[in-house]
Design a protein around this ligand. Structure first.
Ligand SMILES: Nc1ncnc2c1ncn2[C@@H]1O[C@H](COP(=O)(O)OP(=O)(O)OP(=O)(O)O)[C@@H](O)[C@H]1O
Ligand SMILES: [Mg+2]
Length: 266
């Protein structure tokens, strides 16, 4: 049985020169299998901290993250992370970059099978033609496609995305949002996306988790996004519900990120 991912009473305190800084306090959320959830909030509210703890890259000070009924204690191949920067090895071509992940996740495959798997994922994100190209010769958008291929090649159940489109121009950002949506529609991996782009969160998500401002940030509002799927950017431009939801998010971010209550969203 596939169980939800549970973030429970998550608190993260950083030791800083001026004393302990409680970035996140008592953050609770449950993400259902196959759900696409966005974490949205002002810069510095703790979105990346929460995601890094879910990825197992940082440790919670209190509370934790439960996957498959067990508290995680570090990174795992079932949770793949994509960052804002593609983080590709500059001396390896795109296929070799993906191969590094494939070898880690599929050590029992022979080298030929591993190569085929890397190609499969490069093909899935539409960059097959660049398999022998070094990252520096590619646009930022294409590099980010390779980073997505590398994450998918782990065949994870959870795709964790920390502002993966943040460095892209708006047209490329739309293309990559569409790619992620298309991939998600295909196999419904559980996705957690960190973003501060309201339209991106609305376009992609089943639910937006809005975080209060830090320090001691936590969940301020959980907003279900019931817009019909498959979604079309142009159709949403005429959708009343889209604008209602957008207004709820803007109200939260502009005025209420500290004291907004769930009732106001109704
Ligand atoms: N290693 C660290 N040491 C001390 N403070 C930290 C550390 N990492 C994060 N913080 C602080 O914790 C808070 C949350 O940071 P975090 O990077 O999670 O925010 P964010 O919501 O992802 O911001 P952004 O939208 O700018 O990426 C911030 O106040 C930040 O300065
Ligand atoms: Mg961040």
């Amino acid at each position: 049985m596939i169980r939800p991912l549970i973030i429970t009473s998550l608190t993260k305190t950083f030791d800083t020169a001026s004393g302990p800084h409680i970035a996140v306090k008592d953050f609770d959320a449950t993400v259902q299998p196959g759900e696409f959830v966005s974490l949205l909030g002002h810069s510095g509210c703790g979105k990346s901290t929460v995601l890094a703890i879910v990825a197992g890259l940082q440790q919670a000070t209190l509370g934790g993250v439960i996957v498959d009924g067990r508290e995680i204690d570090g990174p795992g191949l079932e949770r793949a992370l994509v960052f804002q920067s593609p983080c590709l090895l500059p001396w390896c071509n795109t296929r070799e970059n993906v191969m590094l992940a494939v070898r880690q996740a599929h050590p029992k495959l022979n080298p030929k099978e591993q190569k085929e798997l890397a190609r499969k994922y490069l093909n899935l994100v539409g960059v097959s033609e660049f398999e022998n190209t070094l990252p520096a010769e590619l646009s930022q958008g294409t590099q980010q496609r390779v980073a997505i291929a590398r994450a998918l090649s782990l065949e994870p159940r959870f795709l964790l995305l920390d502002e993966p489109f943040g460095m892209l121009d708006s047209m490329t950002r739309f293309e990559l949002q569409d790619l992620v949506l298309e991939l998600w529609e295909k196999d419904r991996k559980t996705c957690i996306l960190v973003t501060h782009d309201i339209d991106e969160a609305l376009y992609l998500s089943d639910r937006i988790i809005l975080m209060t401002d830090g320090p001691e940030s936590k969940v301020g509002l959980e907003l279900p996004i019931t817009l019909p799927r498959p979604r079309d950017r142009r159709e949403l431009a005429d959708n009343q519900e889209y604008y209602r939801l957008r207004k709820v998010v803007i109200d939260f971010l502009e005025h209420h990120s500290r004291q907004f209550t769930q009732e106001k969203a109704a």
